[in-house]
Design a protein around this ligand. Structure first.
Ligand code: ADP
Ligand code: MG
Length: 554
């Protein structure tokens, strides 16, 4: 599994590098705000001690202006840096997630139809999005706070070694750098089972809740509602108990971090008192040291919870990596598609979706000449849509070849092929956007006139002219505010905006009355002139003129 990932793994490293600037700026700001916090408390310690000593007459002259200004500067810096840190780290995370989603979905787009349906059937897509979201913890929750607590401790120790005493600095730094990661790692190990259990349980809960809602009528009809609810509650109770365990663990590790901080503070006090007695440091410096270390200890507070979440991130990354590794199943070939290639040939093609069932097509051969128009007819389930997907390489045959102008489709550049062969699919997809934007997907720069022309080819000219908002009409998800026939014709118009030399129309007349279908046949006839066309139908009466009928039997 790991080998496959390293060979073709999730490009997390590349994505992180690409947003390097934002990530580094984020860490720098976190560091600055933490440092200002430590400086604030340290300077206050110095100032309070110095004031007390001045009050006792131990110190003759106290400069209140320099430390006062320092304290104010630290306070303002902390506030500003914290604000900036939020802005920058969230921006960095959003950009990173957007990159990741984009890379992932681009990759998924290369799956063929069958693989995509497999993803849809399982809750893979659901889990995929959840996993991508889990990864936002990776930076905001883990890398950011962990790295900056570590760097802050090094920085503070360096300054303390320079200005106070190297021995104290080293001792305190060692305590913090050893104890805190230890606490965090212990907490992570103890919480491992619960963390994993939680990650594993979530999809099940989601699925069951979804099924319960979808099948509500059936559940009620068969009086299974109570059983379903009980099962759901059992799952939920299980997850709550896991969460409780993790929360308790978080509380305990918080206590551990606090304890480590106090230990370091105590050490600083003990060692500092010895230095004070030896006359190496002054009273105010001791105050500075002790309060500074106290603040430093607090910077480690977020570490254990963050470290524990690393486990979730790791699970999510591994699963995303799996989806990633699954994706490039269409081997990438790059022979350019001959621009005028219009002849399609199937030679002895055998294809089946499942090994345990007889193949849908077996030893099937068909030669479609350049510019020829054929009608493929046959009863439902005969394999007409399957043939369409084989012709445009949404599917690859198990045996035999599909060729465009004599070249096996598997050798052709897939992107070029997609632009070359246009498909009106049996279940066309519309997006939640305006009519114009739905059409422009096929040709981004198309003018309103071109859009209207395409709509006329699809027989929708009068329909759109009658719409109040015309081309700006909003289309709901999956075109649910259009009739089935209208949605199909919008997709047809989208296809008519392209200039594909080869066109496949899967049931173009479904959902149309005879009169509309005949009108469509006329406008389509003109647009199809010169293109190689495969028209799938169970009613050849309603199609535009064609040269030949191919019959498929189940
Ligand atoms: P038609 O378009 O002629 O109605 P299809 O090509 O859609 O037929 O389907 C042909 C056969 O393949 C049918 O028996 C159908 O059940 C099966 N089939 C279609 N798509 C899938 C799929 N994704 N997975 C498994 N079987 C499928
Ligand atoms: Mg079909």
């Amino acid at each position: 599994m790991t080998d496959r990932h390293t060979a073709e793994g999730l490009p997390l490293g590349r994505l992180l590098r690409r947003r390097r600037g934002w990530l580094l700026a984020g860490i720098a700001l976190i560091l600055l705000s933490l440092f200002a916090g430590v400086a604030l408390l340290a300077l206050s310690g110095w100032f309070i001690t110095a004031s007390a000593l001045a009050g006792l007459g131990v110190i003759a002259m106290l400069d209140i202006f320099a430390p006062g200004a320092g304290i104010r500067l630290a306070a303002i810096t902390r506030t500003v840096a914290r604000y900036g840190e939020r802005l920058v780290t969230h921006e960095a995370t959003f950009r990173l997630l957007a990159d990741l989603r984009l890379a992932l979905f681009e990759r998924l787009l290369r799956l063929d139809e069958v693989q995509l349906r497999g993803l849809q059937r399982g809750d893979t897509l659901n889990r995929l999005t959840a996993d991508v979201d889990t990864l936002d913890h990776l930076f905001l929750g883990v890398i950011g706070p962990g790295l900056s607590a570590f760097l802050l401790t090094l920085l503070a120790a360096f300054l303390a070694a320079l200005w106070v005493d190297p021995g104290v600095a080293l001792a305190v730094a060692l305590v913090l750098l050893a104890a805190n990661p230890l606490v965090a790692e212990l907490a992570r190990r103890r919480g491992l089972a619960a963390s994993r259990g939680l990650v594993a349980a979530l999809p099940g809960l989601r699925r069951q809740a979804g099924d319960g809602l979808e099948g509500l009528q059936e559940l009620v009809a068969f009086d299974l509602g109570a059983a379903q609810r009980e099962a759901l509650e059992t799952r939920s109770a299980h997850m709550i108990s896991l969460q409780e365990r993790l929360q308790r663990l978080d509380a305990a590790s918080q206590a551990g971090v606090t304890f480590a901080g106090f230990g370091a503070t105590w050490l600083a006090l003990a060692l500092g008192l010895a230095l004070l007695q030896a006359g190496i440091i002054s009273g105010p410096v001791l105050g500075l040291l002790v309060l500074g270390v106290l603040a430093l200890g607090e910077a480690w507070q977020p570490l254990p919870a963050a470290w524990r979440r690393l486990e979730q991130c790791r699970g999510a990354t591994a699963r995303l990596g799996d989806s990633w590794a699954q994706a490039p199943l269409l081997a990438v070939a790059d022979a350019p598609v001959a621009p005028h290639g219009r002849r399609l040939t199937l030679q002895n093609v055998t294809f089946g979706y499942r090994a345990d069932l007889p193949p849908v097509l077996e030893g099937f051969s068909l030669d479609i000449a350049a510019g020829e128009r054929i009608a493929v007819v046959g009863p439902s389930g005969a394999g007409k849509s399957t043939l369409a997907m084989l012709l445009m390489r949404q599917l690859d045959p198990d045996a035999g070849t599909v060729q465009l102008e004599g070249v096996d489709l598997r050798e052709l550049d897939p992107d070029g092929l997609r632009l070359h062969i246009g498909l009106l699919s049996q279940r066309p997809v519309l997006f939640r956007d305006t009519l114009a934007e739905n059409l422009r997907m096929a040709q981004p720069g198309a003018s309103a006139g071109e859009l209207m022309h395409a709509l006329e080819i699809a027989g929708l000219g009068a329909f759109v002219a009658g719409l109040e908002d015309g081309l700006d009409t909003w289309i709901d998800e999956a075109g649910s505010n259009l009739s089935g026939g209208e949605a199909r014709r919008v997709s047809l118009a989208r296809l008519a905006l392209t200039d594909c030399p080869v066109v496949i129309l899967d049931e173009p007349t479904t959902g149309l009355d005879a009169a509309t279908a005949r009108g469509l046949a006329q406008t389509l006839d003109r647009w199809l002139a010169g293109r190689t066309t495969v028209m799938i139908t169970h009613d050849p009466e309603l199609l535009p003129r064609f040269d030949r009928v191919v019959r498929l039997s189940p």
